[in-house]
Design a protein around this ligand. Structure first.
Ligand code: BG6
Length: 500
């Protein structure tokens, strides 16, 4: 380790080793989440956080580098000093095992090592090799070794299969924790409780009652400083292949026999195998790709994607994707699922909307609105049910009203951050909220036809003004079946298309 003080010579038995420690994820997500766990006494005793990276930090310089992130978390009187003392830094090229040798010191006496790969994906396999060369993948004599792998897990089916194979050479599947931080979100996990712990929803949750389902993950920000990463990634790889398909699996799966890693992931893979494969016709008719254009958003000039740092002036990378897809299971036969995600949309919102079939009754003069169940993943997390009510007064006119629940009403129970939950689960060895190798591969295999289409330089890519809901073609995707998107606002209960 760089510049260890006397008391820092021995490395504690329990270690969270973060590769890619000088990167953004460590500062923005991992360290704050670890701090919150620490301050609630949820980290193991005798533990250290060891940042590994090529940047030549000393322990103190690394702590200073993290200070800004920590300052935001800390309240007066918090145990900041104790937490900082647990943080160390190793300046090393992680693909060279000899440079990681200090991590192998003091091993042999038991303890848990969590190796968190927050590096560019090209380093995942070399790091796994280096760890194995040092025996740091061992699971004997009281030693526990786990690998946490950030997304993207591969860039297509073949590369994800190769990566699985490379990691499996040194680590067993139960040692590997593939992060999809959407699974760490409280509101995503609640899909299981909402569906399977309530009598009133599950009987409606099928093709007989549901007309169509929307899943939206909208972001108001552009690609920020990640232009060069995003150029090679795009919305399909960045959001659709992982977060949206995982949320879809939670919405559509059959009840697992119990909430265990095997049972839950088994059901997720099962429903994913029912996703109807996309053929050329689907790609023509049911897929809309877009890229944001320069625009004025709430009085401010916003750059086009092609003007962002690290982005080619003639880039054809998609910053928006909308897809109509089907799940050919008994439960969902014929029900369209519409998925969309994009950058520079009007607001940041993720939600699932179940639109129920309309009822018709000759006594009601108007066409009554269909019932909707809106599950708001973020922000203003909550649930809203809309239903028809007799408009007070003469006659039988129907008006759409809503009942809503907001997590913010549970003021005594703050929403834990996704990374907090996932880090804790990885430390405990609970893989329930992590993607299994077959799950990742099934998702890649489903999106593979889209990736092939993206290789075609002439594929359709529609421009949309920054700050709007994406290309109009995405509205057409629904209109052909008489469906419409919900245009949500920041607040769950606000009317659609409200001022944001
Ligand atoms: C990440 C993507 O996985 O998820 C980002 O790489 C995206 O591009 C982010 O902004 C969205 O996560 P959240 O939790 O803010 O919805």
């Amino acid at each position: 380790m760089q510049n260890p003080s006397q008391t820092e010579q021995r490395i504690p038995k329990n270690r969270i080793v973060i590769f890619g420690a000088s990167g953004d994820l460590t500062k923005r997500k991992l360290i704050p989440a670890l701090y919150r766990l620490f301050s609630r006494g949820m980290l193991p005793k005798d533990f250290a956080i060891i940042g590994v990276g090529r940047t030549a930090f000393t322990n103190d310089a690394f702590r200073e580098h993290l200070r800004e992130a920590l300052d935001k978390e800390m309240q007066a009187g918090d145990p900041a000093v104790g937490f900082c003392a647990c943080i160390r830094y190793l300046s090393a090229d992680p693909s060279k095992s000899e440079e990681l040798a200090p991590l192998a010191e003091d091993m042999g006496s038991g303890g848990t090592s969590l190796f968190y790969l927050a590096t560019p994906p090209a380093l995942y396999a070399p790091i796994a090799n280096s760890l194995a060369e040092l025996g740091l993948n061992r699971q004997d004599e009281g030693l526990v070794s786990r690998l946490v792998v950030e997304k993207p897990f591969g860039e297509d089916l073949a590369s994800s299969q190769l990566l699985n194979e490379q990691l499996h050479r040194h680590f067993k599947e139960e040692q590997i924790f593939r992060i999809d931080h959407y699974l760490g979100k409280e509101t995503v996990q609640n899909l299981l409780v909402l569906r399977f712990a309530n009598t009133i929803f599950e009987p409606l949750w099928n093709r007989n009652m549901v007309d169509y389902v929307e899943i939206t993950a909208a972001e108001s920000l552009g690609v920020e400083k990640r232009g060069s990463f995003y150029e090679k990634t795009g919305a399909v790889r960045d959001m659709l292949q992982n977060h949206l398909l995982q949320v879809l699996a939670m919405v559509a799966m059959e009840p697992p026999a119990c909430i265990s890693a095997d049972a839950l992931r088994g059901e997720a893979v099962k429903v994913m195998r029912f996703f109807r494969p996309l053929n050329e016709q689907d790609l023509d008719d049911n897929l809309v790709l877009g890229q944001y254009l320069r625009s004025r958003v709430q009085g401010e000039e916003v750059a086009a994607y092609r003007e962002e740092m690290g982005v080619a002036a003639d880039s054809r990378t998609e910053t928006y994707v909308a897809l109509k897809m089907f799940i050919d299971s008994w439960r969902w036969e014929g029900v369209p699922f519409y998925l969309r995600t994009g950058k520079r949309l009007p607001t940041r919102v993720t939600e699932v909307v179940l639109h129920f079939r309309k009822t018709r009754h000759p006594s009601f003069h108007e066409d009554p609105p269909a019932n909707c169940l809106i599950i708001r993943i973020q922000p203003d997390e909550g649930i809203l049910v809309s239903f028809g009510l007799k408009r007070p007064g003469s006659g039988f006119q129907v008006e759409d009203v809503a009942m809503d629940f907001h997590y913010s009403d549970l003021s005594d129970k703050p929403m834990p951050d996704a990374y907090e939950r996932l880090l804790l689960d990885a430390l405990k060895g609970d893989g329930t909220l992590f993607a299994r190798s077959d799950e990742v591969e099934v998702c890649w295999s489903f999106v593979q036809p889209i990736l092939e289409r993206l290789k075609d330089p002439g594929h359709s890519l529609y421009g949309y003004a920054a700050g709007t809901w994406g290309p109009q073609e995405a509205d057409q995707l629904l209109a052909t079946a008489g469906h419409v998107w919900r245009f949500p606002c920041k607040n769950l209960t606000h009317a659609q298309h409200c001022a944001l």
